[in-house]
Ligand binder design. Structure first.
Ligand code: 13P
Length: 250
């Protein structure tokens, strides 16, 4: 079965509403003929504008996070229905910056994965090891444990909506990319883990992305790996030219 590749841009804390408008107008025309799924994840403040601009195009909108309650006294948080109401279809969950800077633990990552699915959106569940863990040979075991905790209680029938992003922490924003083989190996081990947690058939359908210093120059080799179904792009997703370069490599 063919998995449709996804190229997703995580804008992080970049782009005002005005800048987002200019960017998306450019992007829309550049990706009009692509066969892969293109997702942009603006900051919350630009989601509404971006969603309006990409209506009737191939570009989908994602959010960078969500809170795991339906509503309530949670000052500063954004609920799942606030996102669906704007037309959001993907939500990044458990990004390493959220885990390390904002101390989001696996338990809350798991709650977010589940609530995103309950609202008919697809979580992009991020996993990835530190340099220390890689150097001590703990990569696969650590990522498998992140998968077990992140996917706890996710029913089989919803699992094919989940997207996994393998983002080694040491490769994020550092210009130091995992080799295509390293990315391929870990993505394969993620698929094998999903096969044991669910079924091989489900694992075959789940899309697994690589993220960490993806650029037009290295995208082709990484995306050529059998178990890499796309990319989650930070820095290079902020310029229309580099982002479309990656989409073309796909
Ligand atoms: P960079 O592409 O800037 O390394 O960021 C990757 C990332 O964190 C995407 O979520």
């Amino acid at each position: 079965m063919m998995r449709q590749p996804i190229i997703a841009g995580n804008w992080k804390m970049h782009m005002t509403n005005t800048e987002a408008t200019v960017f998306v107008e450019q992007l829309k025309t550049l990706v009009a003929n692509t066969s892969c799924e293109v997702v942009v994840c603006p900051p919350f403040t630009a989601i509404s504008t971006v969603a309006d601009l990409v209506e009737d195009t191939k570009v989908r909108v994602g959010a960078q996070n969500v809170f795991h309650e339906e509503s309530g006294a949670y000052t500063g948080e954004v609920s799942p229905s606030m996102l669906t109401d704007l037309g959001v279809s993907y939500v990044i969950v458990g990004h390493s910056e959220r885990r390390s800077i904002f101390k989001e633990a696996d338990r809350c990552v798991n709650k977010r994965v589940r609530i995103v699915l309950q609202h008919g959106m697809s979580p992009i569940l991020c996993v990835g090891e530190s340099l220390n863990q890689r150097e001590s040979g703990e990569t696969v075991a650590f990522i498998h444990s992140q998968l077990e905790m992140g996917l706890h209680g996710v029913p089989a029938e919803e699992m094919t909506e989940v997207v996994i992003a393998y983002e080694p922490i040491w490769a994020i924003g550092t210009g130091r990319t995992a080799t295509a083989e390293q990315a391929g190996e870990v993505c394969q081990s993620i698929r094998e883990k999903i096969a044991t947690m669910y079924t091989p058939e489900i694992a075959e359908q789940v899309r697994i992305l690589y993220g960490g210093s993806v650029k037009p120059e290295n995208a082709k080799d990484i995306l050529a790996q059998t178990h890499v179904d796309g990319a989650l792009v930070g820095g290079a997703s902020l310029e229309a030219e580099s982002f479309t370069g990656i989409i073309e490599a796909c």
